[in-house]
Design a protein around this ligand. Structure first.
Ligand code: A2P
Length: 272
């Protein structure tokens, strides 16, 4: 495993995403991932699966302290009282005493961001939360969160894959010691039959998914959280640290304009 260090804290470069997984499927995926060596798990209140993530970590042969655990607050719960109650609930469901990282799941233009970030900071002070961050924030909104937050913003979790390389946001994160957490690093499946990734993968005996994840994780300040419930894919997605893409391959893989390469929009798999 490789790690990314921001603000003095190291985070495993690959974590397990649990978006759109539920119940026993979530439990099984997290158990499989922990057995395969994952030590970074991502969930959210909105996924409705925190209880299963918690059970899986509890039942697995790992120490809670060794797992980097993220959850996210639903945007309709950003008022301080509601936020604090909802996080206490999340922590209970996750069967733990703290989360490593607490994110605002999406921007909520109706909420007072300063008040919300102050409530998050209170949770850090109490020891319920180690780091705070945001998700689906533009660079401008991220900068505003940094201005009003008493605690440093640890990450902005956004969609990041070869057709959405987030260049401006990433450069900003790199310059300001903020982690960029890449969700949907496989383009929600959209990069899996990409010809270039297949050809590059053949050089290293790797699948297109592995090449996409290597590409993401070779960027400084980036960690990736591919989602999978299949044992084979979960194991494959962490088996990417025994090869390295060269400069030319890294550049060719990023194709920010999906219209030009023709497939993404046509298939409806690559969102903005
Ligand atoms: P599955 O659960 O069957 O593995 P993303 O993280 O970009 O949103 O992509 C998630 C999708 O990609 C899921 O449908 C998942 O299905 C699939 N997936 C995850 N890892 C792999 C892999 N290594 N090879 C092929 N498909 C994968």
């Amino acid at each position: 495993m490789e790690y990314e260090t921001v603000q003095g804290t190291s985070v495993p470069k690959i974590g397990l995403g649990t978006w759109q997984t539920a119940g026993q499927e979530t439990y099984g995926a997290v158990r499989t991932a922990l057995a395969a060596g994952y030590r970074h798990i991502d969930t959210a209140q909105a996924y409705g699966n925190e209880r299963y993530v918690g059970n899986a970590i509890h039942d697995a042969d790992v120490d809670r302290e060794d797992v980097f655990l993220t959850t996210k607050v639903r945007p309709d719960r950003f008022r301080p009282g509601r936020l604090k109650r909802s996080v206490a609930n999340s922590i209970r469901k996750l069967d733990t005493t703290y989360v490593d990282l607490l994110l605002l799941h999406w921007p909520n233009p109706l909420a007072d961001l300063r008040e919300t970030m102050e409530a998050m900071a209170d949770l850090v002070e109490r020891g319920d939360v180690r780091h705070v961050g945001v998700s689906n924030f533009s660079k401008k909104r991220l900068m505003k969160a940094q201005r009003v937050s008493p605690e440093p913003i640890f990450t902005n979790q956004v969609k990041f894959h070869p057709f959405k390389p987030q260049r401006e946001l990433l450069r900003y994160c790199q310059d300001s010691d903020v982690l960029l957490t890449a969700y949907s690093p496989l383009g929600t499946g959209g990069v899996l039959d990409d010809d270039l990734l297949r050809r590059i993968g053949a050089r290293y005996d790797k699948t297109p998914a592995q090449v996409a994840l290597r590409w993401a994780t070779q960027h400084q300040n980036v960690v990736a959280i591919p989602k999978s419930t299949s044992q084979d894919h979960i194991e494959q997605n962490i088996d990417i640290f025994d090869f390295k893409l060269d400069r030319e391959e890294l550049d060719r893989i990023a194709r920010p304009d999906p219209v030009k390469n023709g497939l993404a929009f046509a298939k409806g798999t690559i969102g903005i």
